[in-house]
Design a protein around this ligand. Structure first.
Ligand SMILES: C[S@@+](CC[C@H](N)C(=O)[O-])C[C@H]1O[C@@H](n2cnc3c(N)ncnc32)[C@H](O)[C@@H]1O
Length: 254
């Protein structure tokens, strides 16, 4: 008798394309109300009264929804259409008026100008070289009104070393489970996801890479850009960033 062994194939997926459907579960610890509070606090501190905002690399639009609830007219853009699809369902279900656009930081063409652009939760770290950071600043500058603000964050080497040098977690949600291994090597933070979907049964592998920039490289890119640096803050505070900062928020004026 011949025994056939069928090897289950793991699909290699582009970052976020499969994670999209479980992203809100993976991020369930994130308090987007608090994040929106902080965006508003920064806007107030920097004397802007915006009516329009755009969240660049908005993911599944959680922050965009929260900002919309506060009365701003909000749009979102992201490079991953699957993430936007989850956002679109959220927007539809809630009856919000949020435009969600499939755009990379590197191609933000044909978007209108806004009073304020935001990009939070390490999204800028997905740009893997300073040339792309330069291009991102040029593009975002093109979608912000003169005098408006661009607020973004980056995560730091301290954060990678402190929390993600060799972090493993295993989680089960409704219809899926995943194993995440995060590690940090030579300035790059890797987040390796192995996801098992129950129905249809499918194993997917996604490897995310984030470049962890020294703050001086980000500041040098801001100096080369058309933005003016108004402030850099230790994450969720109005303190100066330090070697101890896990996250740094930048506030730029267009
Ligand atoms: C950690 S998630 C953050 C999403 C969202 N800002 C949040 O707070 O939940 C990073 C996001 O960056 C997006 N992204 C990665 N590279 C990008 C690029 N070059 N242009 C635009 N979005 C990008 C991903 O698709 C993903 O939605």
């Amino acid at each position: 008798m011949r025994l056939y062994v069928f090897e289950k194939k793991t699909t290699e997926a582009t970052p976020y394309s499969s994670l999209a459907t479980i992203y809100d579960f993976v991020m369930r610890h994130v308090d987007y109300v608090h994040w929106a509070d902080h965006v508003e606090a920064l806007i107030l501190r920097h004397n802007l009264v915006p009516s329009t905002m755009i969240d660049v690399a908005c993911g599944t639009a959680s922050l965009a929804v929260e900002l919309t609830k506060r009365g701003y007219r909000v749009n979102g853009a992201d490079a991953c259409d699957e993430m936007l699809d989850v956002g679109r369902s959220k927007v539809l279900e809630g009856g919000y008026e949020i435009g969600l656009y499939h755009r990379s930081f590197l191609e933000l063409e044909r978007l209108e100008r806004h009073d304020c652009a935001v990009s939070l939760y390490d999204s800028v770290n997905y740009l893997m070289c300073v040339e792309d950071i330069d291009r991102m600043f040029e593009n975002v500058h093109g979608i912000v009104h003169r005098g408006g603000l661009f607020i973004f964050d980056v995560c730091t080497e301290t954060n990678s070393i402190r929390h993600f040098r060799d972090m493993r977690e295993r989680e089960r949600g409704d219809g899926f489970s995943y194993v995440r291994h995060s590690y940090f090597e030579e300035g790059v933070q890797y987040n390796d996801f192995k996801i098992k979907f129950d129905e249809p049964r499918q194993d997917v592998h996604e490897l995310h890479q984030q470049r962890i920039y020294p703050l001086r490289e980000i500041k040098a890119a801001i100096d080369r850009s058309a933005f003016a640096l108004e402030a850099a803050y230790d994450g969720f505070s109005f303190r100066e960033p330090s070697e101890e900062s896990d996250r740094v928020h930048f506030v730029l004026r267009a």
